[in-house]
Structures are given as structure tokens and as C-alpha cells.
Write a protein that binds this ligand. Structure first.
Ligand code: ATP
Ligand code: MG
Length: 398
């Protein structure tokens, strides 16, 4: 295979093609970025109506483990990435035998498992960054349960695998609640984390190339509601400069120590005493980075394309202040529970408003249907328009 995979190249008589495992909104925005550079795209997803599958040149509708589907993907694409961390790491490993694959399967496997993920964070903290994960204990047996230190309560019990948007989590105040929550989770491997007094949450997205070059996006300040990201704010002074620098440095360390290739997002807590704590990582672009499509000269999806194809990584620059509002399914229902269309015409009349809908036919409460990014020259103006948009949409002010 010729490397890098240049846009517009012809490979075996066909246009250079990039593949993605997973057809959700992250895959859809990856496809947009790849196509705008001139690549063809191929998406593999089990859902016939997947947001990315619907706009890709090629779509393979199959399970992620289907060997024929993986063969077809490898036959069509010169390089393959993932938009979804719960894609079987085995599928990535298999594809990697025939094709360029990023991120590497073993890195995805670490990010899929909170126990291994926290161990990596703890190693990085000890070796260099000093930014540690929350105090926690691994629970895999009755003995582990009995040995939980009292200092971890009240805490949050999280399944080691397959959690997202606050799913697979239970807040527990006492040993009895902990025992019954673990029972309810089917006694699968879990992590109990001490409940921390959060002042705010933030995240950092970095991209690392195969040659070890790392570039970073600005630090995102995030507001979660009900375990789901609601608002991301990115502009000068969105959090104290020293904390922002510390979070970026810790993220660079985490990505380099993994020998990672691709786009990685690390989520952090800032505690009420000002300390930074590392929460979790996603081996892919992240919801908190969607603003980059409208507010940066290179989006997180452009960076994903570049790392996948081996193109140069240039430090991205944010050119506009930005606030992103997630558009969840409840906005498609009125107070009486009847279906409605959100007031797009009014929202789009606001200066700097950029609407992104993912093409999902069915709205359900909590389902990510799209996002709205408001951009502008200064934070105050952006905040004013974003608050206006929230009011029009029925999103609680922030
Ligand atoms: P994601 O959708 O980001 O993958 P997730 O379901 O994997 O989310 P976490 O990021 O671990 O879950 O937790 C979701 C939210 O719950 C956090 O953003 C934070 O608001 C809160 N939270 C999680 N852990 C703690 C903690 N130890 N102390 C206080 N709050 C916490
Ligand atoms: Mg999270």
C-alpha cells in the first residue's frame, strides 16, 4: 500500500477510500470531513438507517463481527477507523492484518475497560502529569465488595465495560446500597469511585500521528445534565489558564504513553478545591468537540481523517468563540408529550447559529438528534445568542 493515502489518489482503478466502523453521528461527521477532502467512504453498521451509512458512498449493513462484512470493508477501504469505542477490539485487530487501522486495537481495548483505563491514568499520573483518577476500587468478587474502604462512600458504581451517557452507573451511599447495586448490575466487573465535589467538568481532544506528532484542541468546558453532555463552552478564559495548560499537558502524556494513533478525548473533573482529576477517555472524536466543525480551522473529524490517512498534522486554531448545545430527543415533544418540530426558523435567525441534525428518523428522550453551535467574535455575544437559542428550544439556561 502507498502511504500516506493521498486524497484523490487512484488505488487499483478506484478512488482512495476511507472506512469507518460504526454509523452514528460521529461516523457521519467523519464521512463529511473525508468526502470534503475528496476521499470516498465506506461505513459498516448493523442499522440500515444509520446516520453515516445514509450519506456514505458505500454502506455495509452488517454486524461488527461478521467476517464477510469485515472482508468487504478491507477490500473497499485502504484505511479504517472507528467512531464507537464498543466496537469489538477483535474486529479492529483483524482488519489491521490487511489494512491501516487507527486507533490501534489494543488502545481501544484499554479505553473499553474502566479498570485498565484507570490503571493507565494512574501510571501516567505517577510518572509525569500528577493528574490522577478519582480514588476508586475494583469490584469483581464478594471479597472485593467486602474490602471496599469506607472512604469511597458515598460513591458511584460504574460497570467496567459498555457504559455511556451515565448508563451502567449507580450512586450509592452505604455498603448495603453498594451490594444491592452490584447485584442489580449482574455482578459484572465494576469500579467504585468516590463521589467527588465537582466545581466543573472539562475535556481535551488531541490527535496523534503515526510519527508521534501530537496536536491539541483548546480545552472544552462541559456541562452534563442527567449524565448526558448538555452544553460545551470554548473561548478564552472558559477556565483558569493554569488548569487548561495542566489538562492539555496531561492529555498529551496520556496519548503518547499509549503510543496511540488517531483522535482521543480525555474527560476531566475540576474539584471545588481547584484540583484536576482525570475521569475517562474516548478513543475517537467526542461530543464535546463538535464545536470544532464551525469554530476551528480544522475540526476533530479533519484530524481523524489526517491521522488515518497519514497526512500532516498542523496545530488547529480556533477562530471563533463557541457554545454548543446538544439537541436531545425531548425537544421533539411538547409539554403534553405530543410530537412537535423545534422552532428552527427562529433559531436560525440568531446570528452565528449553526444547526447540525443527524438524520435520525425517530426522536426519543435522551437520544442525541443533533447539536447547535453558536459562534461569534466574543464570549459575551455568543453566550447571549446561545441563551436565546436555549430559550426558544426549551433547554434550561446554563
Ligand atoms: P460518557 O457518556 O461521557 O461516556 P459515562 O456514562 O461513561 O459518560 P462518566 O463520564 O464516568 O460516565 O460519568 C458521567 C457523569 O457523572 C460525569 O460527567 C459527572 O458529571 C458524573 N460523575 C461521574 N463520576 C463522578 C465522580 N466520581 N464524582 C462526581 N461526579 C461524577
Ligand atoms: Mg463521561
Amino acid at each position: 500500500m502507498t502511504w500516506p493515502i493521498l486524497p484523490g489518489a487512484v488505488v487499483n482503478g478506484r478512488p482512495a477510500t476511507l472506512g469507518v466502523l460504526g454509523g452514528g453521528q460521529l461516523g457521519r461527521m467523519f464521512v463529511h470531513a473525508a468526502q470534503s477532502l475528496g476521499y470516498e467512504t465506506v461505513v459498516l453498521d448493523p442499522d440500515r438507517a444509520s446516520p453515516a451509512g445514509r450519506i456514505s458512498h458505500h454502506f455495509i449493513c452488517a454486524d461488527y463481527r461478521d467476517p464477510n462484512a469485515l472482508r468487504e470493508l478491507a477490500a473497499r477501504a485502504q484505511a479504517v477507523t472507528t467512531e464507537f469505542e464498543n466496537v469489538p477490539a477483535q474486529a479492529l485487530a483483524e482488519l489491521a492484518r490487511a489494512r491501516a487501522v487507527s486507533p490501534p486495537a489494543d488502545c481501544v481495548a484499554i479505553a473499553q475497560d474502566r479498570i485498565r483505563e484507570k490503571a493507565h491514568f494512574a501510571r501516567c499520573a505517577a510518572a509525569a502529569s500528577g493528574v490522577a483518577p478519582a480514588p476508586h476500587a475494583v469490584i469483581e468478587s464478594e471479597a472485593d465488595l467486602a474490602a471496599v474502604p469506607a472512604a469511597l462512600l458515598p460513591g458511584i458504581l460504574k460497570t467496567a465495560r459498555l457504559g455511556y451517557d451515565g448508563k451502567g452507573q449507580a450512586r450509592v451511599g452505604t455498603r448495603a446500597e453498594l451490594a444491592s447495586a452490584w447485584q442489580q448490575m449482574g455482578r459484572v466487573a465494576c469500579v467504585l469511585e468516590q463521589m467527588l465535589p465537582l466545581a466543573l467538568e472539562c475535556s481535551v481532544i488531541v490527535a496523534r500521528g503515526a510519527d508521534g506528532t501530537v496536536v491539541s484542541l483548546p480545552v472544552q468546558r462541559n456541562l452534563h445534565r442527567g449524565g448526558i453532555l448538555a452544553v460545551t463552552e470554548v473561548f478564552e478564559q472558559n477556565l483558569p489558564a493554569a488548569l487548561a495548560q495542566q489538562a492539555q499537558a496531561a492529555t498529551k502524556n496520556i496519548v503518547s504513553e499509549l503510543d496511540y494513533v488517531g483522535v482521543l478525548c480525555v474527560e476531566y473533573f475540576v474539584l471545588q478545591d481547584g484540583r484536576l482529576v482525570v475521569n475517562e477517555m474516548a478513543p475517537r472524536p467526542h461530543n464535546s468537540g463538535h464545536y470544532t466543525v464551525d469554530a476551528c480551522d480544522q475540526s476533530q473529524f479533519d484530524l481523524q481523517v489526517r491521522t488515518l490517512a497519514g497526512l500532516p498534522l498542523v496545530a488547529p486554531r480556533q477562530h471563533s468563540a463557541a457554545i454548543m448545545l446538544n439537541l436531545l430527543g425531548e425537544l421533539w415533544f411538547d409539554a403534553a408529550g405530543s410530537p412537535r418540530q423545534p422552532p428552527w426558523a427562529d433559531v436560525l435567525a440568531l446570528p452565528g447559529a449553526r444547526l447540525h441534525l443527524y438524520g435520525k428518523a425517530q426522536a426519543r428522550p435522551g437520544r442525541k438528534m443533533g447539536h447547535l453551535t453558536v459562534i461569534g467574535q466574543d464570549a459575551a455575544g455568543v453566550r447571549q445568542q446561545a441563551l436565546r437559542a436555549a430559550e426558544l428550544l426549551g433547554i434550561e439556561a446554563f
